[in-house]
Unconditional design. Structure first.
Length: 255
């Protein structure tokens, strides 16, 4: 694994971990809300496994997250960051590109879709609008900050960054979109992995069940019994589902 950097359209530096392999196929990995390229160890594990199978893997920090340059989070910025990561992969000669997203990173993958993407693996995806009660998630002090300044400072107890700045627009982005419009434009096969435990994951799973009809006929929904939104107790199952799917849909194309 080696550290790589690229620049988004806003001139900000994005930092990633590239796991090189002897093929032309690459899996670009998108982390969740205010997380980072390690994804609490999930992406470290999955990327290493992809590399073992002959896939290159790139896990990167969205702008304002991890080691990438500072920015205030909005969905449009995260989508722009993924486009920058895809452009970087193409500049390195990779010709077969797949995406792996978790949670908000899954939504970013769907939003950033272009026909060059061969397939996607998405866990805990928000495929349709979700109205979160932010007062249950953030402190009264943070909600006052949002009202007064238009953003929330989300302090991090672990990882390379002490705080992530969440723009008001980012909170609106979770709810203000059309599931049909988002999913209909994605024509590649998509593997959607959900759990059936915890209020958030059960809600996201039901939303995906309603919307999968708008994805390609060869897309698939897998429900992991007992898994919550983090999937931390079920990573071997996620890994197996993801690798089986990628081996089926993404030819390596040896150098």
């Amino acid at each position: 694994m080696r550290t790589v950097t690229c620049t988004n359209s806003r001139g900000l530096r994005l930092v990633g971990n590239l796991y090189p392999a002897d093929s032309q196929a690459i899996i670009i990995m998108c982390h969740g809300f205010t997380s980072d390229k390690s994804s609490k160890g999930r992406f470290d594990r999955f990327a290493a496994r992809y590399q073992q199978l002959g896939y290159n893997a790139l896990a990167f920090d969205f702008s304002g997250c991890g080691e990438s340059d500072d920015d205030r989070l909005t969905l449009s910025k995260l989508v722009d960051d993924l486009h920058a990561a895809i452009a970087f992969a193409k500049s390195q000669g990779f010709t077969r590109i797949a995406l792996h997203g978790h949670s908000l990173g899954s939504r970013v993958c769907l939003e950033a879709y272009t026909p060059e993407i061969i397939t996607m693996v998405l866990s805990g995806a928000g495929t349709g609008p979700v109205e979160y009660n932010w007062h249950e998630i953030y402190t009264p002090e943070q909600m006052r900050e949002l009202e007064e300044k238009g953003y929330i400072t989300d302090f991090k107890a672990e990882g390379p960054r002490k705080a992530v700045i969440v723009d008001r627009q980012m909170l609106l982005d979770f709810a203000n979109f059309s599931q049909e419009e988002l999913l209909k434009k994605v024509t590649c096969p998509v593997l959607l992995i959900h759990g059936n435990q915890g209020a958030e994951e059960k809600l996201l799973s039901e939303i995906t069940k309603q919307g999968i009809k708008w994805l390609s006929a060869d897309s698939r929904l897998e429900i992991i019994d007992g898994a919550q939104h983090s999937f931390m107790e079920h990573l071997p199952i996620v890994e197996r589902l993801a690798t089986d799917w990628l081996e089926k849909h993404v030819p390596l194309g040896k150098e």
